[in-house]
Design a protein around this ligand. Structure first.
Ligand SMILES: NC(=O)c1ccc[n+]([C@@H]2O[C@H](COP(=O)([O-])OP(=O)(O)OC[C@H]3O[C@@H](n4cnc5c(N)ncnc54)[C@H](OP(=O)(O)O)[C@@H]3O)[C@@H](O)[C@H]2O)c1
Length: 351
């Protein structure tokens, strides 16, 4: 019997490379995919794992080529963005080929679209689709779930991302440009999602020491605004990102720096859960270096579990924390070196 194949779309981008290297290190056989055959071959040579790595060229408008990938692979990890442009063709191919789907999107509208348009098709195809399984989005979703386990009456959950040293790749820069220009923001207040213009502003979020209170962008338009309310019982959800993240030199002109320089990011992702009057709240956080690797490790952990038949019990489109028990999943990522966790004390957690 041959091992299940895991496909990576956008394999030769920065995120795709990290995912490929980590999957190989974890013993998986790979199908590297994307639109540039020479870049795919160069990556396969570089990975130097004869017999374990195949390539398949598939531009996004080549439906037949995309379907060949999703027919052959058990899981596809979609790493080519902006996902507002690349998401639909790969998601549709996953359904057509009966292939589980994971992506690295940060974009809230893309993630909402997958929940709205792909829920029934994914269930019909007996697959799991987990969008936004990365650093931004996935980590907030998991932490919000882990921190609020056992709490049933929350007024507000705030997720604060503190990031320094972020040097944007081409894909991240294109994505950021789209998000900056976006006027239709998805927000969650008074128990419901709203879509409309929200003037970007600043607020102050109290990160745990040694960071302390920092000026943050509010709202930060990341896809955990779509996913957290699916499983956390809060009336309001807010996302924040440190304003200083985009004020550092070289954030936007670092497309050509090497992978080692790009790895020099520091991050803290903190969750504050505020209880309804008279009920408890909670807080917790994850702190680490190299947000790119943290995101890649998260998607790889999910892909490996699904390929091994250890995926979510449910099919359909799921958030990361709906797909996997958040506490144990985060602890596994901590053991892999993705970050260090501080979670509320308490009995063993199911979420
Ligand atoms: N949520 C998070 O925390 C998180 C973390 C990491 C990455 N991301 C997202 O993941 C995406 C990739 O990031 P990255 O850092 O890996 O960027 P990157 O290094 O610039 O790589 C982008 C990849 O996407 C491919 N691509 C872009 N447009 C394409 C299209 N129309 N058709 C086929 N392939 C296309 C590129 O191929 P070509 O070279 O052929 O254009 C390349 O392989 C971005 O959207 C980024 O925002 C999110």
């Amino acid at each position: 019997m041959t091992a299940p194949l895991i496909a990576i779309y956008g394999a030769y981008g920065h995120t795709g490379r990290l995912v490929a290297a980590e999957l190989l290190a974890r013993g998986q056989d790979l199908l590297l995919a994307g639109r540039d055959p020479r870049a795919l071959d160069a990556l396969a040579t570089e990975l130097d794992a004869p017999g374990r790595v195949r390539t398949r060229t598939a531009p996004l408008d080549d439906t037949a080529a995309l379907h060949e990938i999703t027919r052959d692979a058990r899981v596809i990890v979609h790493c080519a963005g902006p996902f507002s442009r690349t998401g639909d063709p790969v998601a549709a191919a996953a359904v057509a080929g009966g292939c589980h789907y994971i992506d690295h999107a940060v974009e809230s509208h893309h993630v909402k679209h997958l929940f709205d348009a792909y829920q029934a098709p994914a269930r019909g195809a007996d697959i799991t689709m987990i969008p936004g399984l990365s650093f931004y989005g996935g980590l907030g979703d998991l932490l919000a779930s882990a921190v609020t386990t056992g709490l049933t009456a929350l007024d507000r959950v705030v997720v604060g991302y503190a990031v320094s040293g972020w040097r944007l790749t081409t894909g991240a820069k294109d994505t950021a440009a789209q998000l900056f220009a976006e006027t239709d923001r998805i927000t969650f207040s008074d128990g419901a999602h709203h879509i409309g213009y929200v003037e970007p502003g600043n607020a102050v979020f109290a990160f745990p020491p040694p960071l302390g209170p920092r000026t943050v962008i509010a709202p930060f338009p990341s896809c955990d605004i779509v996913t957290i309310p699916r499983h956390v019982p809060a009336r309001n959800v807010d996302l924040r990102l440190t304003a200083a993240t985009f004020e550092e030199p070289r954030v936007f002109d670092s497309e050509d720096i090497d992978a080692a320089d790009r790895a020099r990011t520091d991050f803290t992702v903190a969750v504050q859960a505020v209880g309804e009057p008279g009920t408890p709240g909670a807080h917790g956080h994850a702190t680490g270096r190299d947000l790119w690797r943290a995101g890649a490790l998260a998607s790889v952990e999910a892909a490996v579990r699904i390929a091994a038949g250890d995926g979510p019990a449910k099919t359909g489109v799921l958030s990361t924390a709906e797909a996997f028990p958040a506490g144990p999943f985060l602890r596994d990522l901590e053991r892999l070196g993705a970050f260090t966790l501080t979670l509320p004390d308490g009995p063993p957690r199911e979420r």
